[in-house]
Write a protein that binds this ligand. Sequence first.
Ligand SMILES: C[S@@+](CC[C@H](N)C(=O)[O-])C[C@H]1O[C@@H](n2cnc3c(N)ncnc32)[C@H](O)[C@@H]1O
Length: 287
Amino acid sequence: MRHLFCPLGANHYGIRKRRGSQLLAAQSPETGQHEDLQTRLRNAGPWFHNLRIHGVETAPDHFLGDYPYVKWRYLSEALPADLAGKSVLDIGCNAGYYSIELKRRNAARVLGIDTEELYLNQARIVRDELGLDIEYQHCSAYDVLSIPGQFDVVLFMGLFYHLRYPLYALDRVVQKIKPGGTLVFQTLYRPHTDEGAAKPVEPDYPFWEQEIFTDPTFPQMRFFEHRFSGDETNWWVPNRPAIEAMLRSAGLRIDAHPEEETWLCTPVAVERRGKYLQQLEFEGKLW
Ligand SMILES: C[S@@+](CC[C@H](N)C(=O)[O-])C[C@H]1O[C@@H](n2cnc3c(N)ncnc32)[C@H](O)[C@@H]1O
């Protein structure tokens, strides 16, 4: 199954992996209903998101610990507590952890998209169990322009590096953010250091420049022909300066970095001369 592996090792978060059954039941005595639920959740696996459904955990043995709570606990503080009236697009939603959390913050509309039926099925089971009004749709990050309208909050998390055409997708994704809206962007990066993050990028470099090509703090993205972390869809691993350079280059302003792999951005220059950057690029007229 693809995408079961995620970027960082559990040790990175200082979290000890829990051992136990694949699905962890609540401590309280199980009712027949609980057993039913456990069976249904087990049959819908394997799970990448650890969700708690009526006391049952879906991925208690996740190699990153309590995932994605380990990220959400920081991200949650950076997002508005009340999203009343706001719309959310969760790209690569998986089993819907973030969709659920944002719906719980009163978002008027939450749409989660993914290309894996396994995960969409999980997301729908969980949504129905929790009685939440969340839409899930089979749709690729590359096809977001087929979704009508724009969204106040767009999540593009844990997907960039899984794509062979990451900037193509990012340049589409930014078109789905309302003016003044927020992109929540998360990606794996290596090496895991802040070095160079704040280093300014020069407006130009001479043709015979050598040094920057061996400077680890210069923006760079490594390509994996076969696998990274056992996953054949982990194509690209950027360093942190590259992530920030690519976000800026896509017309985004970086507003916050609430979690080590997560950035909050606002679209500020995604259009030029009345056209999106991607459209100009396709026409060969970006510059
Ligand atoms: C590592 S998981 C990240 C899940 C979630 N966004 C998170 O951050 O926890 C990557 C997810 O992207 C989905 N995915 C892979 N390729 C996709 C594509 N082209 N368009 C939309 N989703 C895709 C996978 O099925 C998987 O659910």
